[in-house]
Write a protein that binds this ligand. Structure first.
Ligand SMILES: Cc1cc2nc3c(=O)[nH]c(=O)nc-3n(C[C@H](O)[C@H](O)[C@H](O)COP(=O)(O)O)c2cc1C
Length: 245
């Protein structure tokens, strides 16, 4: 019997399944499941993960083994078994959420302690590209695509350092629109679902499909910002009314 294609999605949102990032992630998962993938979504904020304190134990004393016994042990096992890793995060201060960062720092124990210099960069040994692939999904509050430049670069490096093949990224700015105006994003979200299906059935996501998923849906960021300001003011006023009662 053919082995099922395994996907491990790691959602770093502090709001876990209630957040905007989960909406986009679930679209991808729906597509992947329709092609027969076995998917697990892990909400990093709900996991017990002790921060790496750079004690050096996993480097010098017990190579490859961290001194902490927490949820990272099972996360690492699941990561190793997966054909596809999904890193999903809201953009926080132009980077990823602190919970996701904490999880990634603990992956230090999985990397070889020794290095080599190739392609103008320093790599951990034994991190030549494996068959394993990774995609990223990011949502941001700001309306401009530029909000993703920094986090995208960071993840390109992380995925490269892990020796995993990068298979595509999905960026959703002005993330409140995922709830307030889903019709506006319908074709992009449909392309995310198609991407999930395609990577499982074909092993890759076509460039055109990635472009469709990432197509701009904000004509003028200044107008979206005005709408966001109105939304915040309205919500503050409602909160005030609630307190007066
Ligand atoms: C601590 C914090 C920092 C944020 N920093 C940024 C930022 O730098 N750029 C941006 O566009 N949005 C920023 N946002 C907004 C979130 O990226 C956005 O609301 C995201 O879609 C939230 O995803 P979630 O609902 O899955 O948690 C920030 C939100 C928080 C709570």
């Amino acid at each position: 019997m053919k082995k099922a294609y395994k996907i491990l999605a790691m959602n770093g949102s502090h709001r876990s399944e209630k957040g905007f990032t989960e909406i986009v992630l679930q679209k991808f998962i729906t597509g992947a499941k329709s092609a027969g993938a076995q998917c697990e979504v892990l909400h990093v904020s709900k996991k017990k993960i002790i921060a790496c304190e750079s004690c050096g134990k996993c480097l010098f004393e017990t190579p490859g083994v961290c001194k902490y016994k927490d949820d990272m042990e099972s996360i690492i096992l699941k990561m190793e078994e997966a054909d596809l890793l999904i890193f999903a995060s809201p953009v926080y201060f132009d980077s990823m959420s602190s919970n996701l960062k904490k999880m990634i720092e603990r992956l230090r124990s999985t990397l070889d302690a020794f290095f080599e210099f190739r392609d103008k960069r320093t790599y951990h040994l034994k991190t030549n590209k494996t068959k394993q692939k990774a995609v990223t999904i990011f949502t941001a509050g700001n309306p401009e695509k530029e909000s993703f430049v920094s986090i995208s670069r960071i993840f390109n490096r992380i995925i490269d350092n892990m020796g995993v093949q990068f298979a595509g990224e999905f960026h959703f700015p002005a993330s409140h629109l995922l709830i307030s105006d889903p019709k506006l994003l319908a074709s992009q979200l449909e392309a995310v679902t198609m991407s999930g299906k395609e990577i499982v059935s074909k092993g890759n996501i076509r460039k055109e499909l990635l472009e469709k998923a990432n197509r701009e849906y904000i004509d003028d960021p200044r107008i979206t910002l005005q709408q966001m300001t109105q939304m915040i003011l309205k919500r503050r006023n409602t909160m005030g009314e609630m307190k007066c009662k």
